[in-house]
Design a protein around this ligand. Structure first.
Ligand SMILES: *[C@@H]1O[C@H](CO)[C@@H](O)[C@H](O)[C@H]1NC(C)=O
Ligand SMILES: *[C@@H]1O[C@H](CO)[C@@H](O)[C@H](O)[C@H]1NC(C)=O
Ligand SMILES: *[C@@H]1O[C@H](CO)[C@@H](O)[C@H](O)[C@H]1NC(C)=O
Ligand SMILES: *[C@@H]1O[C@H](CO)[C@@H](O)[C@H](O)[C@H]1NC(C)=O
Length: 170
């Protein structure tokens, strides 16, 4: 064999070894379940939601709400604060039956303090919603999953929504 051919054969044998050696072992994905309550104040001096876009028609189609709501351990307004939900709701259905939400959930206490989850999906006016978790930061990098939510308390000036998030991440 010529020197060149020998070198080529050697490379063929060594190359896969180098690749194998430099590939990090795949981290294992885990499933995390988070359960909390989303608190919104609809009116008054401490309102956490505004409607900067409305067409003032007899339907809500086209309206946009922006909110900066709190996340708490329980349904009571004074229950322990664990984070926030900043985002928007777009009234995207002609018949008003559902809307589109884009919300960033962030945590300020506990194991996930400093981490956040980006979500996008459809919220139903009539009942529970099933929305996408499309990404995350901090301990939730590479996150994906889904979140189930349902209204548990609604007054003239506030509402409370219960959330269950199921998150796949490393
Ligand atoms: C608004 O928030 C302030 C500060 O937390 C509080 O003192 C006040 O009672 C709140 N007002 C209402 C109407 O909830
Ligand atoms: C809403 O407004 C549209 C157009 O202005 C009208 O045709 C329709 O009848 C109205 N619907 C109701 C329920 O008032
Ligand atoms: C519903 O919300 C109101 C206003 O925040 C609160 O006073 C009441 O205790 C809540 N009820 C339940 C069952 O959580
Ligand atoms: C959350 O993290 C921030 C920044 O590291 C820290 O200042 C704060 O005390 C933490 N909060 C809780 C409740 O652990």
């Amino acid at each position: 064999m010529s020197t060149q051919a020998t070198l080529f054969c050697l490379l063929l044998i060594i190359a896969p070894l180098i690749t194998a050696a430099s590939t990090p072992t795949s981290p294992t994905e885990k499933l995390t379940h988070l359960h909390f309550y989303f608190h919104e104040v609809d009116s008054g001096p401490n309102a956490t939601v505004v409607t900067p876009v409305t067409l003032h028609r007899n339907t809500t189609f086209g309206d946009i709400n922006l909110f900066d709501n709190t996340l708490r351990v329980g349904p009571q307004p004074d229950s322990t604060l664990i984070g926030g939900a900043q985002g928007m709701g777009v009234h995207a259905a002609l018949d008003g039956s559902q809307g589109l939400t884009a919300i960033n959930f962030f945590f300020t206490a506990g194991e996930y303090n400093g981490s956040s989850l980006a979500t996008l999906g459809v919220i139903k006016a009539s009942g529970p919603s099933d929305r996408n978790i499309v990404g995350g930061t901090g301990k939730f990098r590479f996150a994906r999953g889904y979140m189930l939510s349902k209204l548990v308390n609604s007054t003239a000036t506030s509402l409370v929504v219960e959330f269950d998030m199921y998150i796949m991440h490393f």
